[in-house]
Design a binder for this molecule. Structure first.
Ligand code: GLA
Length: 383
């Protein structure tokens, strides 16, 4: 875990870049999703937790737009109306454009960004950036948008502007996460229930970075849309794939081509698992949650085909070493595994998992822990 906070890093970078202190500073967390993978764009539930690791965005008023980040160390001018660059500035410009539509963007700004999140590790670093940027830029424009609106601005920036066909999970937890709770977010109805969870989660990075922009996520989403269209031929009015019951699966198997059946099976079983996991978590039944995590991983591996051999091996090792459960978290195709372990065994267990991975792949994976943390917030500028 990085000792220096993202807010300190962003402020220090602001000082060296602009020889000034920022006027506004805000930060937002990444997330680890306990269960509910690829359900958020299918109308199903998700169960994410906000991470302690965050992204901070510092800003002050200016006539032009100049941005800098610890991500690439470059200082550059940006033009909100030029085609988006395929790097982190695309997300920032996306946010500024969406805020402009609401009359909530400054006319120019000097901005620095810093993060303690790994990038491309499936931990929603893009949502942490867009939600924190939405907060800082809207405050610079003199507007105090509620967290749900910041989440919507961030979602539109990523989905409509950058063009990643994501759901709303990441932005929602980055905006509305709360310390000591997981968020049961029913994306179909928009309802949010907070499930107390004061325990620790471990994150094991596979070291395989995924790139979401234009990638496999868009392809899976297209498959889900195709599957929904086919299901509506026999179930007119079906709102979303997550509205199918497990009892509908035999009918799906008869009517849809095999690859689409697998995608639907994942969404339907994952929907049931997520609600069951929220209930188990609420009762403090961590062993029950762990079992659901492992089943969820298996469903991603076999039916959604979004796992990688590295992630499969980490899950197998964690369970063999005594974890309650483990699962690839986030979009997949690389990324990180979340491990839930009995507190008295966790330190030893993750060390063993790290060794197992090193023996197999010849490198030591990044492993760190987190507790459920809070969503976006304005920060005071450190002295
Ligand atoms: C990415 C997307 C989310 C969600 C997950 C998969 O993180 O941004 O909206 O679809 O993948 O569960």
């Amino acid at each position: 875990m990085n000792r220096i906070s993202a807010t300190r890093l962003a402020t220090a970078l602001f000082d060296t870049t602009f020889s000034a202190r920022p006027v506004v500073l805000a930060s937002a967390p990444g997330r680890v999703n306990l269960l509910g993978e690829h359900t958020d764009y299918n109308g199903g539930p998700v169960l994410p937790v906000a991470l302690e690791r965050r992204t901070a965005v510092a800003g002050s008023h200016a006539e032009d737009w100049i941005v800098a980040s610890t991500l690439d160390g470059k200082v550059r001018g940006i033009d909100l109306d030029a085609p988006l660059k395929k790097d982190w500035t695309g997300y920032l410009v996306g946010v500024a454009r969406e805020l402009r539509k609401l009359g909530a963007a400054p006319s120019g700004a000097h901005v620095t960004v810093a993060t303690t999140l790994p990038i491309g590790a499936g931990l929603a670093s893009s949502a942490a950036l867009t939600v924190a940027a939405a907060k800082t830029l809207s405050l610079l424009a003199g507007r105090r948008l509620p967290p749900a609106q910041l989440a919507e601005v961030a979602y539109r920036a990523e989905h409509d502007q950058v063009g990643v066909r994501c759901g709303r999970m990441d932005q929602t937890v980055a905006a509305l996460g709360e310390r000591g709770t997981a968020l049961l977010f029913e994306t179909g109805s928009g309802t949010i229930q907070r499930v107390p969870f004061s325990g620790r989660l471990w994150v094991v990075e596979t070291g395989m970075s995924h790139k979401l922009t234009g990638g496999a996520l868009n392809e899976r989403r297209r498959e889900c849309e195709e599957a929904l269209a086919l299901c509506r031929k026999w179930r007119p009015g079906l709102a979303c794939l997550a509205a199918l019951a497990p009892a509908d699966l035999p009918e799906v198997e008869l009517r849809l081509p095999a690859p689409l059946v697998s995608r639907v099976r994942h969404v339907v079983t994952e929907t049931a698992r997520t609600r069951a996991a929220a209930a188990a978590l609420g009762e403090g039944d961590l062993a029950g949650v762990g079992k659901l995590l492992v089943e969820g991983h298996e469903s991603l591996r076999v039916d959604y085909q979004s796992t990688t051999p590295e992630a499969d091996d980490i899950v197998t090792a964690a369970v063999a070493r005594g974890a309650y459960g483990a699962r690839l978290t986030g979009a997949g195709w690389g990324g990180a595994v979340v491990v839930l372990a009995p507190p008295e065994r966790e330190a030893r267990l993750v060390a063993e998992v790290g060794r197992d991975f090193r023996d197999r792949y010849g490198r030591v994976p990044e492993i760190w822990s987190t507790r459920a943390s809070s969503g976006v917030r304005r920060e005071s500028v450190p002295v």
